[in-house]
Design a binder for this molecule. Structure first.
Ligand SMILES: C[S@@+](CC[C@H](N)C(=O)[O-])C[C@H]1O[C@@H](n2cnc3c(N)ncnc32)[C@H](O)[C@@H]1O
Length: 336
């Protein structure tokens, strides 16, 4: 099974181990890759290998199934390892994708071999009561929810089991912040790796050495984030004085987010077709972040000045499929 290597894999010995493990396997993941979703080929391979590894430790818990793309890869890994454990697919199907999820699971013949829970992760966690070999977090991407998913489910993860979190390395703020809080701080995590935007790690017995091990993972994590930022574009912050002159009231956090959005829209305009999807996802994340910031701040005086021109530019960009988020931001900018 070819697991294409990229330069940053050398930052993570754990990645190299996963790649070596995949190489001799004769498996086709094409059936799963045909299900709609936002996993890259390398991310799918990673989930497959981690589910195989989970087989000896316990169930695979998936938080956020959407149309079943990751569910399929997790199932395949567990089944190919001959495991008696189950994939538990938890998703309240907030995006109305139940029918497609069910149809995809039936069409690929796995519907009655997985455990589907149409429910919120936090409602399922307290009474779960089984050992988890792989915890896959890809549900609500807000910081509070990502943090809660980790805290609620980590106790169920077996020692030696794995945790994988999607949309980190700055693609989404919530999962990225969660990683920054975990890596280098806890003493029960080791073998950290990053593949695509998934950060994954192993739960181990507590040991002071693990802080150092996961700190090395954190360093790799930050380097990947920087490398991604080069693709997504970086730009300087305005000084407080310039910000005051331009927008009246300084709001450093909002300004940081505005610049990030602006950069990502610019990057989108020049991105090649391979990267457009990723950049578009990043723009969506930046917009959600701004909308969230506006719900927790009372200072809206300068919102229209800050975002009006960006929205005008974005409206001209016919490729972007983020109409709903733009409309929400526009509603905020015109209501003040
Ligand atoms: C990014 S999608 C998941 C994509 C999926 N893992 C895949 O590979 O295609 C996020 C999903 O999380 C679900 N979700 C949101 N909040 C959740 C929660 N608290 N528990 C479980 N799922 C949740 C949404 O309904 C949505 O379907």
């Amino acid at each position: 099974m070819e697991f294409p290597r990229v330069r940053t894999d050398f930052l993570f010995p754990t990645n190299l181990g996963v790649i070596a493990e995949a190489r001799p396997l004769a498996v086709s993941l094409e059936e799963g890759a045909a299900i709609e979703g936002r996993l890259s080929g390398r991310e799918e391979l990673l989930l497959y290998v981690l589910a195989r590894r989970a087989a000896e430790h316990g169930d695979v818990v998936e938080i956020g199934s959407f149309k079943g793309r990751s569910t399929w890869h997790l199932f395949r890994g567990l089944a190919d390892a001959g495991s008696k454990h189950r994939v538990v697919a938890i998703d309240p199907q907030l995006l109305g994708t139940d029918e497609e999820f069910t149809a995809n699971m039936a069409a690929t013949g796995i519907a009655d071999r997985i455990e589907v829970r149409k429910s919120f992760s936090y409602d399922e966690a307290p009474a779960f009561g089984r050992q988890v070999g792989l915890l896959w977090i890809d549900g609500d991407h807000s910081y509070a929810a990502a943090r809660r998913d980790f805290d609620d489910w980590f106790p169920w993860v077996a020692e030696g089991g794995w945790i994988a979190v999607h949309d980190t390395v700055d693609l989404w703020y919530g999962p990225t912040r969660l990683m920054r809080e975990l890596l280098g701080r806890r003493n029960d995590l080791a073998r950290v790796g990053v593949v695509g935007t998934i950060t994954y790690m192993r739960k181990t017995a507590p040991s002071p050495l693990n802080r150092v091990r996961s700190l090395a993972g954190r360093l790799g994590f930050e380097l990947v984030t920087l490398a991604r930022a080069r693709v997504m574009g970086r730009g300087p912050m305005l000084s407080s004085e310039d910000e005051r002159a331009e927008f009246g009231v300084p709001d450093r956090e909002l300004e940081r987010r505005r610049l990030r959005l602006e950069r990502r829209i610019r990057t989108f305009q020049t991105a090649d077709s391979d990267h457009r999807h990723d950049v578009e996802e990043a723009i969506g994340a930046a917009l959600d972040d701004i909308l969230h910031h506006l719900t927790v701040t009372t200072n809206h005086d300068n919102v229209a000045a800050r975002f009006g021109p960006i929205l005008d530019a974005a409206r001209l960009e016919s490729g972007l499929e983020l109409t709903a988020q733009y409309a929400r931001l526009e509603a905020v900018t015109t209501s003040v």
